[in-house]
Design a protein around this ligand. Structure first.
Ligand SMILES: Nc1ncnc2c1ncn2[C@@H]1O[C@H](COP(=O)(O)OP(=O)(O)OP(=O)(O)O)[C@@H](O)[C@H]1O
Ligand SMILES: [Mg+2]
Length: 258
């Protein structure tokens, strides 16, 4: 066991002009840990996720990441090429809208295989075999390997996006509303699948969701955001069963009334 976190976020702040996106958010993420970020629409969840994953430069604050060699590195001080390589190999990013994370008009197999090629795999047979294996893991019939995601259902697209992200063996996965926009029964199956994969692969993940049931099922810890700041942070079961902040109490009780 290492005594360094995988990720250390310090005083992360993003302003859009004078409007607060997120403000002064700090936390650490440990290997194998899943953190849920919850809060109402406009509370800053996506802003925070994008700032941490270097997709949106923050106004101030730092993100440090423990590289495979054990060194903790400041992501915004890293060269662009190194950061891009890290994003392709060590990280995954599952978008709420699969069209943002997939290439809709190339085959399912190519969507997965492309990521392998990006890390240097050149052997066509190996790429196809691995892609096929990953389609199976996310419960897509392997005879759909040559079909394009535009011909897939919403749930299948989301599962394909997950395969594309996990095929390179990332250590950290960011997910923004991974089950948003799906039918309830499809959501449940997808959540089960994600939970199984995260456990099997020992992944660390940051999952943004407005759905407390998703947080309950997937995460060990959770942060509740409101107006760009974190109002409560703790073990998921504790926060949901015994919320301390009035705002969290409101969130939890309004869900229970549904
Ligand atoms: N590109 C932008 N330009 C200006 N303001 C923005 C931009 N993106 C987000 N904001 C503002 O920042 C705040 C946080 O937005 P953000 O998208 O991070 O919220 P969210 O919690 O992800 O909401 P949702 O659940 O609706 O996705 C909001 O007030 C929003 O209007
Ligand atoms: Mg959002």
């Amino acid at each position: 066991m290492s005594d360094l976190p995988l990720l250390r976020v310090s005083a992360m702040t993003k302003f859009y002009g004078s409007r607060v996106g997120c403000k002064d958010v700090s936390f650490e993420l440990w290997p194998g840990e899943v953190l849920a970020v919850v809060g109402e629409s406009g509370s800053g969840k996506t802003t925070l996720l994008n700032a941490i994953s270097t997709r949106l430069p923050p106004t101030s604050g730092t993100v440090e990441y423990r590289m495979r060699d054990g060194q903790l590195r400041d992501l915004y001080r890293m060269g662009e090429a190194e950061r891009r390589f890290l994003m392709r190999t060590d990280w995954g990013f599952v978008h709420q809208n699969p069209a943002d994370g997939l290439r809709m008009t190339v085959s399912a197999g190519a969507n997965v295989g492309e990521r392998l090629m990006a890390i240097g795999e050149r052997h066509y047979g190996n790429i196809r075999d691995t892609a096929s294996e990953w389609l199976g893991r996310v419960e897509i019939e392997t005879d759909r390997i040559d079909d394009q995601p535009r011909d897939f259902s919403g749930g299948m697209r989301q599962r394909l996006q997950i395969a594309r992200n996990l095929v390179t063996g990332p250590r950290l996965v960011f997910m923004d509303e991974p089950t948003g926009g799906l039918d309830v029964s499809v959501q449940a199956r997808l959540l089960d699948l994600v939970r199984g994969l995260v456990n099997d692969l020992g992944l660390s993940a940051i999952v943004v969701t407005h759905d407390l049931a998703v947080a309950r099922l997937l995460s060990h810890r959770m942060m509740v955001m409101k107006g760009g700041v974190v109002v409560e942070h703790g073990l998921t079961d504790r926060v949901l069963d015994d919320p301390r902040e009035p705002y969290t109490q409101l969130l939890v009780s309004s869900i229970l009334q549904v």
